[in-house]
Write a protein that binds this ligand. Structure first.
Ligand code: KG4
Ligand code: ZN
Length: 355
């Protein structure tokens, strides 16, 4: 069973072909990030316009890289939420049109759920991919950490899951992006904070972990604590503007702040993931979303679960950020397990879709 997955929820225009929910045949991605950098964040209108320009070339590339014609494709899956409205619309309208014109079954996928399904890819002949040796077993604990979400979700089986907890304010990726802004590091903030943290001491400063209900998170207090720390390091009061901090902080101070923030933010997630793993006797733990690319997360999670019998394999970095492969995998499972098809004449976008 070969599925085409289409993903356009933010700035990446992505399409991929996956076979039987586990074999990656192609993974084509175009990003408009370089056009957003000067604005310090994704500009929805620019992202949508870029999707229109590149979506058909990217889909054609996904088919040709997979050595497929349309006749080989058994179904089309598309992200219909959550995400930016204008961006989602381009992917959904394209998928609807293709499904009608080519008479293919259409499946609508939730972006966050799709991130989790990147972990089911175990096989590829594409060069440069390091994939887990086996698919995760149920019950599976999913640690979802992206720019818009921080959630712990327990999957008892495919399409049978419970959200154990989530953030009450900022998502962890958002906290990385905001801290990067304070330190004058380039957007997107996650990779630049991680790179700066490598030069710093993660124990230089003690920052607070929010005390929340069992599996819930909060990152806004940590972000404010970083602001107060930076203000005090340069000998200024709490009214000193955050946009001027970076000119006054030394490189060493920035590195120590980045490392201390990263250690604390990641530990907040890992502490609760360990608790949930133990309580629910999970047979596997997976990480999903853009922050899953963070090496401190991979390191702390491995340490926390070391000695436990749980297999912990991480998805390839190229499958942590937004991609069409994760959407195609989820589409395959939807078809295989009899989940309802989407109506290609009426499928709508759901910008605020949650799990
Ligand atoms: O999943 P994603 O590509 O988009 C959303 O669905 O939100 O995640 C993007 C987020 C951004 O906040 C970005 O700063 C963060 O993932 N990110 C990272 C790293 N790479 C991307 N955060 C920490 N460390 C990284 N290496
Ligand atoms: Zn994402």
């Amino acid at each position: 069973m070969k599925f085409l997955g289409i993903e356009t929820s933010c700035d990446e225009t992505a399409a991929a072909v996956v076979e039987d929910g586990q074999r990656l045949l192609s993974n084509a991605v175009a990003s408009s990030m370089s056009e957003h950098i000067k604005y310090g964040g994704v500009v929805p209108e620019i992202a949508a316009r870029s999707h229109i320009e590149v979506i058909m070339p990217i889909i054609k590339q996904a088919l040709s890289d997979a050595d497929c014609t349309w006749g080989d494709i058994d179904g089309i899956a598309v992200t219909h939420g959550a995400g930016l409205g204008g961006s989602l619309l381009i992917g959904v309208m394209t998928a609807r049109t293709l499904a009608i014109a080519l008479d293919k079954p259409l499946y609508a996928t939730n972006h966050v759920e799709a991130h989790v399904y990147a972990n089911f890819l175990t096989d590829t002949s594409l060069p440069g991919y390091k994939l887990p040796a086996r698919q995760p077993e149920f019950p599976m604990l999913a640690v979802i950490v992206s720019g818009g979400h921080s959630q712990l979700v327990l999957f008892r089986n495919h399409f049978d899951y419970t959200v154990l907890g989530q953030t009450h304010d900022d998502a962890i990726g958002e906290a990385f992006d905001k801290v990067a802004k304070m330190l004058g590091l380039p957007y997107p903030g996650g990779p630049s904070v991680a790179a700066t943290a490598e030069r710093g001491d993660p124990n230089a400063y003690k920052l607070p972990k929010a005390k929340m209900d069992k599996y819930d998170f909060s990152f806004s207090g940590l972000k404010t604590a970083v602001l107060r720390l930076a203000q005090s390091q340069i000998g200024e009061g709490y009214d000193f503007p955050s946009i001027k901090l970076s000119e006054r902080l030394s490189g060493a101070q920035k590195a120590d702040i980045a490392a201390s923030f990263q250690r604390t933010a990641i530990a907040t997630i890992v502490d609760k993931a360990k608790l949930a793993y133990e309580e629910f006797d999970a047979k596997s733990v997976v990480i999903a979303g853009g922050v899953a690319a963070n090496s401190e997360l991979r390191h702390q999670l491995t340490e926390a679960l070391l000695g436990a019998s749980v297999p912990i394999d991480f998805p390839d970095l190229k499958l942590c950020t937004d991609n069409g492969a994760m959407v195609a995998v989820l589409g395959c499972y939807k078809m295989k397990l009899g989940q309802p098809e989407a109506n290609p004449f009426s499928l709508s976008i759901e910008p605020n879709l949650s799990m």
